[in-house]
Design a protein around this ligand. Structure first.
Ligand code: MN
Length: 322
């Protein structure tokens, strides 16, 4: 079996998902072989505790990107499909609650499925392509970052929350714990994580971040003096591999009506673009995930915001030479 055949085995094709379309719906069909990046969805919504709806994330992004949003970026004077060739391989097939009625079994089986990210990302990197994951809850970033840790990336983590708890709701691996375990198990050191837009953390998470020298820029700091922040980011990302993990709730509560745990004191889209532009031009993107995007009552605003953000990530950071 070649890499594509091995990969396809894990996925439901995009047109067979609820969205019934591929990401972007670009005018020329891109083959796996010629692609620069492989995009896949993980519609996971199991350990979320407050608001639900992240299982609709991949659908929200596919639908808005293919039906609502122009592939031409006015601000960048850029056709996105000319910048980066993306092959959408579909959604990771998960176990649903009809098959596993017991919650513990459902969680266990889905974590088993999600741990396949390791093999999936390895295959994608072997083909010299970049994995782009559409979540789904933040839990998936633990597996994704772990799978790429040997490439020594600096993690650029956009989020209202540190997600650095050892355990939550009696679960070790869940949406509020990925960065604790990535550090604790030695996959990533704290000084190789940049947390941006943070404004909720308990005392232990905050101590964990401080003790491990995590680079932190809170919502208040960014709103007060963004240039101080962007200068530091430019420095930290010089000549580095980078992995971007983007929780949509980094945006202020007024922009994200559907995600599970929206927070005030957040960022606006112009600030996000300014931060993306400050990432050093010498940096190389090795992986991206966009998580916690949700749909409620047919409100697709977060899909729009996520797609527009992804397009700016590609436009500003992707380089052909990767
Ligand atoms: Mn969050």
């Amino acid at each position: 079996m070649n890499s594509l055949e091995t990969l396809e085995h894990f996925f439901v094709a995009p047109e067979k998902t609820n969205s019934k379309c591929s990401f972007g719906d670009f005018p020329t069909k891109i083959t796996f072989k010629e692609s620069d990046a492989i995009l896949y969805g993980i519609p996971l919504d199991i350990t979320t505790t407050f608001g639900k709806g992240t299982s609709y994330g991949p659908e929200a992004i596919r639908v808005t990107s293919s039906k609502q949003i122009e592939s031409f970026l006015l601000d960048e004077n850029q056709e996105i499909y000319e910048k980066i060739k993306i092959y959408d391989i579909g959604d990771l097939s998960l176990v649903n609650s009809k098959i596993n009625r017991k919650y513990e079994k459902l969680l266990e089986n889905n974590l088993k499925r999600i741990s396949k990210i390791n093999k999936i990302n390895s295959l994608i990197r072997k083909e010299k392509k970049v994995p782009i994951i559409l979540g789904g809850e933040h839990t998936l970033s633990y597996f994704s970052i772990k799978s790429l840790a040997h490439e020594n990336p600096i993690i650029i983590h956009f989020d209202a929350h540190r997600d650095m708890k050892p355990m939550y709701d009696r679960k070790k691996i869940c949406h509020t714990t990925p960065f604790f375990h990535l550090i604790d198990e030695g996959h990533i050191t704290g000084d190789n994580i940049i947390q941006l837009g943070i404004r909720q953390s308990d005392k232990e998470e905050n101590d964990m971040a401080t003790n491990n020298r995590v680079n932190t820029f809170t919502g208040w700091e960014i709103n007060k003096d963004i240039h101080k922040v962007t200068r530091k980011i430019r420095e930290l990302t010089n000549n580095r591999n980078i992995y971007i993990t983007f929780d949509i709730d980094v945006y202020d509560i007024c922009y994200v009506p559907c995600t599970g745990t929206p927070e005030p004191f957040g960022l606006n889209p112009f600030q996000i673009i300014e931060i993306l532009k400050s990432i050093n031009k010498s940096a190389v993107v090795i992986g991206i995930d966009m998580v916690e995007v949700a749909v409620k009552n047919n409100d697709f605003r977060e899909g729009t915001l996520a797609t527009q953000t992804l397009y700016r990530i590609f436009s500003n950071l992707y380089k052909k030479s990767m």
